[in-house]
Design a protein around this ligand. Structure first.
Ligand code: PEP
Ligand code: MN
Length: 472
């Protein structure tokens, strides 16, 4: 189990002004104590080995004293949006870096990722006439599970890079040493990112009347050009409606949610707070948190953790997911069968999804559960290029999404959204797309410190093909 202890200061409420005399928070305090007690009892996979437990305890105390990054009411609203997606009344677009880094949390990078997601959402909304729930893999996506805890390069073996929240990517002994201070840096980087996200999305930048603006600054290409046409049509429709006297607040601001993998529990637990309205616990590090394929053990600390917080929760499911285990997971994470509470993010692989997904969806549906199904077409399609880069082929990504739609449509269930690794930058990390990136291009601009991301153009292209599938 992870080290570090959690004394009573973790019982901070999300709303310090309220809470007195309400029955809820007392129950919350008990629940929070139980959550923290579980920290010492349960096996937690993929945790860093912190070198210094005293320093860790201090950091955990510091985190627990910080304000929440997100609020319970926002999380509840997202639960409702996810519920809408589970019945086909909305479509979820989750996207962002595989691994955010402290260095890349710049205004330009954040803006361009938001613009990319807004553009994709415009394409999906306009192309399929369905509201899009926009969720960034952002403002907290700093931790990575690894298939090996060490990495060897040219005969030198060092601890694996576990994300900026744990250690540094540079391949040196000192850099790879886990440093608990990084938990605090991750909080501040997340806070700054979220501040910019909130400013961009509520301060006018996301106003649909600026649909053209989101395309500015990106290198001209065929996907951009196609987007420009669509933006022109949207613009025209908006001006038509304005001329008719219609005026929607909904056009001016946008809901944009933050999501990340809840991996490092020494970060997630001290940011878990009691909602003073309800007495329930929320992980206030992000609106939506998910448990990864490598940490979703039924009796493990991660599933225990998410089962105790009230955020909308995701669980990644790979092709080997055991159906009975998945059913027991539903009982644990969503015992009340709350629509929107639980999302299964399937990542099967293009060649496997049509075989692996139907039985799973069938049994889950038969159990009476109301989960939201989202397709992650990235993680089942990773391979090493002939030039030695971890990559993915755009065609495989599209093919997995196509399989996802086919399976759900044939079962009468709902394809609720997609989960993709993307950047607003012009990187060369995934093969293919209209640009036809090939093996020898990968070295030109491979910047991810973990998995390969769709670049701006590939992201837009994906949005166009998914809009077509969604609109059918
Ligand atoms: C990820 O989303 O970056 C990831 C590690 O995914 P998975 O848990 O599905 O492998
Ligand atoms: Mn990844």
């Amino acid at each position: 189990p992870p080290s570090g202890d959690y004394p009573e200061w973790v019982t901070l409420t999300t709303d310090t002004a309220a809470g007195q005399g309400i029955a809820g928070p007392a129950a919350g305090a008990e629940a929070l104590a139980a959550l923290n007690a579980a920290a010492t009892e349960l096996e937690a996979a993929q945790q860093p080995t912190w070198p210094d437990t005293a320093a860790l305890s201090e950091v955990v105390a510091t985190l627990a004293s910080y304000p929440p990054l997100v609020f319970a009411g926002e999380c509840d609203q997202l639960t409702q949006r996810m519920a809408a997606a589970s019945v086909g009344e909305a479509f979820v677009l989750q996207g962002g870096d595989c691994a955010e880094t402290f260095a890349s949390a710049t205004a330009d990078n954040i803006r361009d990722r938001i613009k990319t997601i807004l553009q994709m959402a415009a394409v999906l909304t306009y192309g399929a006439s369905v509201p899009v729930v926009k969720v960034g893999r952002m403002a907290g996506q700093y931790a990575k599970p690894r298939s090996s805890s060490v990495e060897t390069r040219e005969g030198v073996t060092l601890p694996a890079f576990r994300g900026d929240i744990v250690n540094d990517f540079a391949f040196h002994e000192a850099a790879r040493q886990p440093d608990p201070q990084r938990l605090v840096r991750a909080y501040h980087a997340s806070s700054a990112t979220l501040n910019l996200v909130r400013a961009f999305t509520t301060g006018g930048f996301a106003d649909l009347r600026y649909v053209h603006e989101w395309n500015r600054g990106f290198v001209a290409n065929s996907a951009n050009a196609r987007y420009e046409k669509l933006a022109h049509d949207i613009d025209k429709a908006m001006r038509f409606m304005a001329a008719c006297g219609a005026d929607f607040d909904a056009m001016r601001t946008v809901e944009f949610y933050a999501a990340h993998e809840a991996l490092v529990l020494d970060y997630e637990r001290p940011l878990t707070r009691i909602d003073s309205r309800s007495g329930r616990l929320y992980d206030t590090s992000g609106h939506f948190v998910w448990v990864g394929e490598r940490t979703r053990q039924l009796d493990g600390a991660h599933i225990d953790f998410v089962s105790r917080v009230s955020n909308p929760i995701g669980v990644k499911l790979g092709p080997k997911a055991d159906i009975d285990e998945v059913l027991r997971m539903i009982d644990k994470v969503d015992p009340d069968r709350t629509p929107g509470r639980l999302t299964f993010i399937t990542r099967m692989g293009a060649g496997t999804i049509r075989d692996a997904l139907p039985a799973l969806v069938d049994k889950v549906t038969a159990s009476g559960a109301t989960v939201t199904w989202i397709c992650d077409p990235m993680h089942g399609n990773t391979f090493e290029s002939s030039t030695g880069y971890k990559t993915r082929d755009f065609e495989d990504i599209v093919e997995e999404v196509r399989g996802f739609f086919e399976v759900h449509r044939s079962l009468g269930t709902v394809p609720g959204g997609i989960h993709v690794e993307l950047t607003g930058n012009d990187v060369t990390e995934c093969l293919g797309g209209a640009e036809k990136i090939i093996d020898s291009d990968l070295e030109k601009r491979y910047e991810s410190v973990c998995d390969p991301r769709l670049n701006h153009q590939q992201s837009l292209e994906l949005a166009f093909v998914v809009a077509e599938m969604l609109g059918q």
